[in-house]
Design a binder for this molecule. Structure first.
Ligand code: NOJ
Length: 559
């Protein structure tokens, strides 16, 4: 396994709309980000992934881009962005930008042209088809509810949109479109950025003929994932992108890939294949979904989480590379989902952090995670902003008469706005995020949970992250070590052993509010030096047996 800077890095994700507002319009912006770079320096991260800051009508908060080379007005200007890059580089941070090229906005100049006529030069930049039997060309369902096709009267055809109706899919079969994308990537690379996070990049190759998917019972449209995830030409496209856009730059790439398997991830990330450096896979964030998808709630079982992580840790042990995350702008807050955001909020946030930073892979911190921010419960659906949530609510409650309370419960657990509430900087109005009215309400717990409080308290989640990040830099075993589970059948304790260059590290994590007993397997050494723990632990003692406290985490380097 080769050593690479992006394997050793810790990445911090900024969702700009919710990070910090500098001008009182209630929307986070670039100058707001600049004002918080010293805070991130103190945290100790290496790379910043900036969610989209391009021009966009904001149907999906910037994931619907109308100009790939322009900055969103609410966020600032290109000069502001250039200053941001400069200020990041001055502090030693690298910047990776979001690359959203499975689809554009319907307000992008290409689409405005494309929809004009069937012989428009931009027609084939998108995926247009005739209707079938008086309806849509196939039965695929959009990821944001309803059909994945929208009828356009001007030319009497439908266009494909796997996300919202304002996010038409780009046609990667068209070499001209691909060239345009590569040129656009070079535009940003030449400005000096350090890489890309690629939005749903394994959706760009669709199966020929766009066949109907198998229709599940009682559904009007079918999840067509098997026909557009990891499609037939995906490896060719990524390889071509590497050769034509990325080869001349020493940058990092991470491909967001729903539905990717370990075997496929190996292909995507094997170094000699030159596709992407690492993937965001989804298996562990789909474990609490039932047969009807993410809103169909199931309990999150630690044993399932352990099995899934173990499969990925072992699968990519010798080739390929993975990213490590438990939340982002699309997923609920990790302390609410995998920990206990009430009685043991601080302990469980630290335990989960220990987990992420002691596995093989590149850890990602999502803004607010470092202060243990939690999910939110707004009383009214009107307080929600996320298009996925609102479309789902409309379809289920308003159109199909499902129970409002039941649907709200699923939004409280899974809705994307959980992670999008503004960052709680201090205990001033709106958590110090803005002096105006925030675009999305701040979580009402901002008086107790905020960055100012966290920085002042040496025992806070924030300072724990700082320590973990520091440890990872000093201990290559945390990055490159092998991984094996110990106590593989325990329901509450997740423990593993990592080995590297003659050293051994033991990680014990209690994923429960109980006090289970950790038992070191008899064949293993039991004298260790404590590296970090989220509770006070006396000295370096024999750890043959340890009664773990609620959500306790301990990491030992063995003698
Ligand atoms: C994945 C992004 O992370 C999500 O926020 C977005 O809605 C979809 N892709 C569509 O771009």
């Amino acid at each position: 396994m080769t050593k690479q800077w992006w394997k050793e890095a810790v990445v911090y994700q900024i969702y700009p709309r919710s990070f910090k507002d500098s001008n009182g319009d209630g929307i986070g912006d670039i100058n707001g980000i600049i004002s918080k770079l010293d805070y991130l320096k103190e945290l100790g991260i290496d790379v910043i992934w900036l969610s989209p800051v391009y021009q966009s009508p904001n149907d999906d908060n910037g994931y619907d881009i109308s100009d790939y080379r322009g900055i969103m007005k609410e966020f600032g200007t290109m000069q502001d962005w250039e200053r941001l890059l400069d200020e990041m580089h001055k502090r030693g941070f690298k910047l990776i930008m979001d690359l959203v090229v499975n689809h554009s906005s319907d307000e992008h100049a290409w689409f405005i042209e494309s929809r004009k006529s069937k012989d428009n030069p931009y027609r084939d930049y998108y995926i247009w088809r005739d209707g079938k039997d008086g309806g849509e060309p196939n039965n695929w369902e959009s990821c944001f509810s309803g059909s994945a096709w929208k009828y356009d009267k001007a030319t009497d055809q439908y266009f494909l949109h796997l996300f919202s109706q304002k996010q038409p899919d780009l046609n990667w079969e068209n070499p001209k479109l691909r060239e345009e994308v590569y040129e656009m990537m070079k535009f940003w690379l030449d400005k000096g950025i350090d890489g890309f996070r690629m939005d749903v990049i394994n959706f760009i190759s669709k199966v020929d003929g766009l066949p109907d998917a198998k229709m599940p019972d009682g559904r009007k449209y079918a999840p067509g994932g098997q026909y557009f995830m990891n499609g037939p030409k995906i490896h060719d496209y990524l390889h071509e992108m590497q050769e034509k856009a990325l080869a001349d730059y020493n940058v990092m790439t991470v491909g967001e890939m729903p539905g990717v398997s370990v075997e496929e991830a190996k292909l995507y990330t094997a170094e000699d294949r030159k596709e992407v450096n690492m993937v965001f896979q989804f298996e562990h964030v789909d474990l609490d979904a039932g047969p009807d998808g993410k809103w169909d709630l199931r309990p999150m079982k630690m044993s399932a989480l352990r099995d899934s992580f173990t499969k990925w840790q072992k699968g990519l042990e010798h080739e390929g590379w993975n990213s490590l995350y438990l939340n982002n702008h699309d997923q609920p807050r990790m302390v609410s989902r995998f920990g206990n955001d009430k009685e043991y909020r601080v302990e469980s946030a630290k335990m989960l952090a220990t987990f992420l930073h002691t596995l093989k892979g590149t850890p990602y911190i999502y803004q607010g995670e470092e202060i243990g921010m939690t999910n939110v419960r707004f009383d009214s659906i009107d307080d929600y902003e996320d298009i996925e949530t609102l479309n789902m609510y409309r379809e289920r409650v308003i159109e199909n008469g499902e129970d409002h309370n039941k649907v709200m419960e699923s939004i409280y657990v899974k809705g994307r706005d959980n992670a999008r509430t503004p960052i709680q900087w201090d205990d001033n109005d709106h958590g110090g995020f803005t002096t105006g009215e925030p675009w999305l309400k701040v979580n009402s717990n901002y008086k107790e949970i905020n960055a100012q409080q966290a920085m002042a308290d040496p025992d806070s989640v924030f300072h724990y992250y700082r320590m973990l990040i520091g440890l990872r830099k000093e201990n290559p075993i945390m990055v490159y070590g092998s991984y094996d589970v110990i106590m593989p059948d325990h329901d509450q304790i997740y423990a593993y052993i990592r080995k590297y260059e003659g050293r051994t590290m033991i990680v014990m994590l209690n994923f429960s509010g109980d006090t289970p007993l950790f038992e070191m397997p008899s064949e293993l050494e039991s004298n260790g030096e404590l590296l970090i723990s989220n509770y006070d632990v006396e000295g370096n003692k024999n750890i043959r047996e340890v009664e773990l406290r609620p959500y306790e985490a301990r990491v030992y380097l063995m003698n």
